[in-house]
Design a protein around this ligand. Structure first.
Ligand SMILES: Nc1ncnc2c1ncn2[C@@H]1O[C@H](COP(=O)(O)OP(=O)(O)OP(=O)(O)O)[C@@H](O)[C@H]1O
Ligand SMILES: [Mg+2]
Length: 273
């Protein structure tokens, strides 16, 4: 794996002033944030907020109109090939080959990534993602959760230091979601940096070291869960003190009134421009 040699700072991902429009639709309007190495960073946002657009820019699949981003120390624009070597991307929709078996999918990717022992790599990932029993069945017969697990397993081949997961658990049942969460935790504990997008607030709450909320093209809140919780005073119901849930924080900070109240409490970058 190539080593970073031009990192502007020690962050695994660094994003400065990213803007992107589709025609007249301004989707990203000045996005800034850093993701620390080895951490799990959750990007929250409603449908159409621009999460996938940002992930595609970071994965060099799409060009930003304005701004800079580095991944693993490499500029996504001027050093796209190095970025691609350092990342894996699990897109919002599973990208597995339905006609092949799970094992064949994994072996194929392991060969493409020049692994020395593709069969052994496939076997170990099948075990890790509880797919050994179904390994030799065509993926067309897999459930949605099995496909998703296979898709994530494929993206881990070659141990990429930076992993993008775009809505990794959308459509999964609770058990499959727990399995994916466990895999994400293992990734980070093994030293990888994970940027995941999600609309499940509980997912961010469970997994992320840091959470950012993308709204109307900007990051309107960015902090650790405890910092985000401080955006709202704890509600008091008679004698019981209750902490706000991330869902309440999300709904509050994405409404204009709360945004004004929050300015300066946590990095409220949306207010800068
Ligand atoms: N290729 C494209 N051409 C035109 N508009 C696009 C294109 N891709 C995305 N958009 C628009 O950009 C906006 C952001 O889309 P994006 O897919 O990044 O959102 P998202 O946050 O990932 O949403 P979701 O939660 O539904 O996946 C949406 O309004 C979408 O319709
Ligand atoms: Mg999306």
């Amino acid at each position: 794996m190539p080593q970073a040699n031009s990192a502007p700072n020690d962050a695994a991902i660094s994003i400065r002033g990213i803007e992107k429009s589709y025609g007249k639709l301004g989707v990203l309007r000045g996005v800034n944030f850093d993701v620390a190495r080895g951490s799990i960073f959750a990007l929250l946002g409603s449908n159409g907020a621009g999460k996938t657009t940002l992930v595609r820019i970071l994965a060099t699949l799409l060009r930003a109109d304005v701004g800079e981003a580095t991944v693993h120390g490499y500029d996504v624009l001027t050093n796209a090939a190095s970025v691609r070597e350092a990342i894996s991307l699990t897109g919002q929709f599973a990208a597995v080959d339905e006609l092949l078996s799970g094992r064949e999918n994994l072996v194929l990717v392991a060969k493409l990534r020049h692994c020395a022992q593709p069969t052994a790599v496939a076997r170990s990932l099948l075990e890790r993602f509880s797919l050994s029993d179904a390994a030799d069945r065509r993926v067309a017969t897999y459930s949605g959760g099995m496909r998703r697990r296979l898709d994530i397993a494929m993206s881990l081949i070659g141990d990429p230091p930076v992993v993008f997961l775009d809505e990794p658990t959308t459509g999964l049942d609770p058990q499959a979601r727990l399995d994916v969460w466990q895999a994400v935790r293992e990734l980070a504990s093994g030293g990888a940096t994970v940027l995941l997008t999600t609309q499940y607030l509980e997912e961010a709450e469970q997994l992320a070291d840091r959470i950012a909320i993308l709204h109307e093209g900007r990051i309107i809140a960015n902090g650790e869960l405890e910092e985000l919780k401080r955006l709202l005073p704890p509600a008091k119901v008679e004698y019981i003190e209750r902490q706000p849930s991330l869902e309440e924080i999300f709904l509050a900070v994405t409404s204009g009134a709360a945004r004004a109240r929050c300015t300066g409490t946590v990095e409220a970058e949306g207010e800068k421009s």
